[in-house]
Design a protein. Structure first.
Length: 306
């Protein structure tokens, strides 16, 4: 019986990711089938269609990811509601209410500061990474930053953070916490979040953001907190990347070249500043945000899933 329970717990942890991956595969297959049917009716041979589909989907990775995420979100909502109904049945569900909703605004600078120092930490790591590690990120980097800014904002800035937080904090973290403790669940869910990104460059960044997301989730007692954190971090990253690309276009060849040591020293100094700012914001959130447990109230799972 114990083995069966552990198997069920492990399945509960990995299944949200598998559902998302499966939907991504199905979305691509459906689009490919649509292209195939259309071009076949136009008299195009299957051999030519294969090349045409490849060309048609080239550079559309971010769009496909966004479509897959939008399809996945309602399914994740259903799974979260089912978890809450299970907690209600076992009398383990607790609802919290935050008296001042404006306290959610504290998450925005906390997210931006964490995004900055984590990105800078990864930038230093990249100097020492071998080529194969850097190459693991090239496809993802091209898919994101070669897309239009509007698509980056919609997909990477809004939709992706929502679906990822529902998966990794709303489902995976909570399910791990049911069979362990908060610290273990926080670290393990952050590790899984990093590995899920599938490349060596994003993995450490995602790990740190995952820990920050768990922190605000536990403080605010709502999945809306890590969603806001993730959106704020991604939107700031998209904005800064856009500004940096424009700056490089203007500067061109006049950009001064620095040695690795000078780059490490400069980035490390800035990283320390943003780390301290993030730490201070964390202290403020920890002291100011104290949701109260709701007592003597009928809890509706539809309203409590967040």
């Amino acid at each position: 019986m114990e083995k069966k329970n552990w198997a069920k717990s492990i399945w509960g942890i990995i299944s949200p990711m598998l559902i998302y991956i499966g939907i991504q595969i199905v979305v691509v297959m459906v689009i490919q089938a649509g292209y195939t049917a259309y071009w076949y009716m136009q008299g195009v041979s299957f051999h030519e269609i294969a090349f045409m589909i490849s060309d048609a989907l080239q550079g559309k990775e971010l769009m496909l990811t966004m479509i897959s995420a939008l399809v996945t979100i309602p399914i994740l909502g259903f799974l979260m509601k089912r978890d809450i109904d299970r907690q209600k049945a076992s009398n383990t569900l607790t609802k919290f209410r935050l008296s001042n909703k404006l306290l959610y605004l504290l998450i925005i600078p906390f997210a931006i500061f964490n995004m900055e120092w984590a990105n800078m930490f990864v930038s230093v790591l990249q100097i020492f990474m071998p080529e194969f590690m850097l190459d693991s990120y090239s496809g993802t980097q091209s898919a994101i930053y070669e897309s239009s800014v509007i698509l980056q904002i919609a997909a990477a800035g809004i939709v992706a953070p929502v679906v990822e937080e529902l998966i990794f904090r709303g489902l995976i973290y909570k399910r791990i916490k049911e069979i362990s403790n908060i610290k273990t669940a926080a670290v393990l869910s952050a590790v899984i979040f990093g590995v899920f990104h599938g490349n060596w460059v994003q993995a450490p960044y995602a790990f740190f953001i995952g820990l920050a997301a768990v922190f605000v989730y536990e403080k605010y007692k709502s999945v809306m907190a890590p969603i806001l954190l993730h959106i704020s971090a991604n939107m700031a990253s998209v904005g800064l990347s856009y500004i940096a690309s424009k700056f490089q276009q203007v500067q061109g060849e006049s950009i001064q070249q620095f040695s690795d040591w000078e780059i490490i020293r400069t980035i490390s100094s800035s990283m320390l500043v943003f780390f301290v700012l993030a730490f201070v914001m964390g202290i403020i959130i920890n002291s100011k945000v104290n949701p109260k447990e709701v007592e003597n109230e009928i809890i509706d799972s539809g309203n409590s899933m967040l």
